[in-house]
Design a protein around this ligand. Structure first.
Ligand code: HDL
Ligand code: ZN
Length: 413
């Protein structure tokens, strides 16, 4: 048996290493979006996770930090988190993994050499390199129709790169209606702040127009821990009367990313958000009341994970994905993936990268593949001890499903 288990472990590790991944949620952009695609050493070290970790060790006013240029901020972050302290946080370790996988001398701690390396690469060369090193099939972007620079690219016509798929992000519509209804008005949609008359029909037209323009895989929104539904707020009406009907009619699942407390420390910008436990009843109610709708859900609070997995047992129109944001750490990826396997078998999508800088897919997937492979081996070994030994073909099938197959089957159902 021991020899069988040793062979099993090698088969699992090989399958997980070789599977080409669908990265179901990122903030990446194809090169057609120009400067919106972030990559390179200075961007990598300027990740907002590292800004939060730096600014709790620095006494400088936030304004002074934000006034520094990209290189100066990078140098401060590097000095604070990598030189004056050992870089053991997951976000710091990620930078080192990227440098290592790029073949650079991490031990040299030579920032100038790392910058020189990137200076010799074109964006196209680096996209190819990052996709190859992370072994990605495709990534799904986060596309915001209210973001000025991004709108301009979509309205001007995008030459599509099949490796970068779209997701229609609705925070601007659902979380900022009081400001953004004017954007729809300016675009010729007959809406008013109070959503009277034909306004909701016009919001449906807005959604259909952007779906036709972007061809998104799904529609998404990030929601606070206090999210309730049904609710007589603008958000509640927009979800009930516009998003859910269009999601059904256009077969574009609604991805709810629940549990974000925005800007608990506004001075930190994107680094200033936090997490809170949400009410799983909202997810259960939406899935129960809208059985013809499909819901992708990830929740930000560790305390929501068990009840989300239980909810997914109850509803075939609920697909759970990722260890999101503050959960994307080895200890929690292992805990959550183990629990999901025990409750859901193989019927979920264990991870997404949430990468904002292209380089990050290299480390986020390197780290997550190892953890997910170890959990999967454990689960296979448990049943092997009963006499049920999975075959290499079954392992490949299961792994392909976990890293994209389950997701696409849910999307296309
Ligand atoms: O709302 C989201 O999609 C989050 O992922 C935020 O972008 C967050 O700032 C983030 O980058 N998390 O990893
Ligand atoms: Zn995200």
């Amino acid at each position: 048996m021991m020899q069988d288990l040793a062979m099993l472990k090698r088969e699992v590790e090989k399958a997980v290493e070789e599977v080409k991944i669908t990265d179901v949620h990122t903030h990446l952009f194809s090169p057609a979006f120009g400067e919106l695609l972030l990559w390179g050493f200075d961007e990598l070290v300027n990740y907002h996770y590292l800004i939060a970790e730096t600014m709790r060790r620095q006494d400088m006013p936030y304004e002074r930090f934000w006034a520094l240029d990209k290189k100066e901020k990078c140098d401060l972050i590097w000095r604070t988190l990598f030189v004056e302290n050992s870089p053991i946080s997951e976000a710091c370790r990620g930078v080192l993994t990227v440098l290592q996988k790029l073949g650079l001398d991490v031990g040299a701690r030579d920032v100038a050499a790392y910058r020189d390396y990137y200076a010799g690469l074109s964006v196209g060369e680096f996209v190819d390199k990052a996709f190859a090193l992370a072994n990605l099939d495709c990534v799904i972007m986060t596309n915001d129709p209210f973001h000025e620079k991004e709108r301009a690219v979509w309205l001007g016509g995008v030459d599509k790169d099949p490796r970068f798929l779209a997701a229609l992000r609705l925070d601007g519509l659902l979380m900022s209606w009081a400001d953004n209804y004017k954007v729809l008005q300016a675009d010729g949609y007959e809406v008013d702040e109070g959503l009277s008359g034909k306004a909701l029909a016009e919001v449906r037209r807005f959604l259909v127009d952007w779906i036709r323009r972007m061809d998104p895989v799904y529609m998404a929104v990030s929601l606070p821990p206090t999210f309730q539904f049904p609710e007589e707020s603008a958000r509640g009406k927009l979800i009930r009367e516009a998003v859910l009907p269009v999601s059904r009619e256009m077969n574009k699942p609604f991805a709810m990313m629940i549990g974000v407390k925005k800007r608990v420390n506004p001075g930190l910008g994107d680094a200033g958000d936090s997490t809170g436990k949400a009410a799983i009843e909202v997810v259960e109610r939406l899935c129960a009341d809208y059985p013809e709708n499909k819901f992708l859900v990830t929740m930000l609070s560790r305390e929501n994970q068990h009840e989300l997995a239980v909810a997914a047992r109850k509803f075939r129109n609920l697909h759970v994905f990722g260890c999101w944001w503050f959960l994307n750490n080895p200890s929690l990826i292992e805990e959550i993936t183990r629990m999901r396997c025990e409750l859901l078998g193989l019927g979920f999508t264990p991870q997404h990268s949430d990468a904002r800088i292209l380089d990050q897919v290299i480390y986020k997937w390197e780290h997550s593949r190892k953890i997910i492979a170890a959990v999967l081996f454990d689960k296979y070994a448990d049943i092997a001890r009963t006499g049920w030994m999975v075959t290499p073909e079954e392992i490949k099938r299961d792994v392909a499903n976990l890293f994209g197959g389950n997701f696409w089957a849910f999307i296309e159902r």
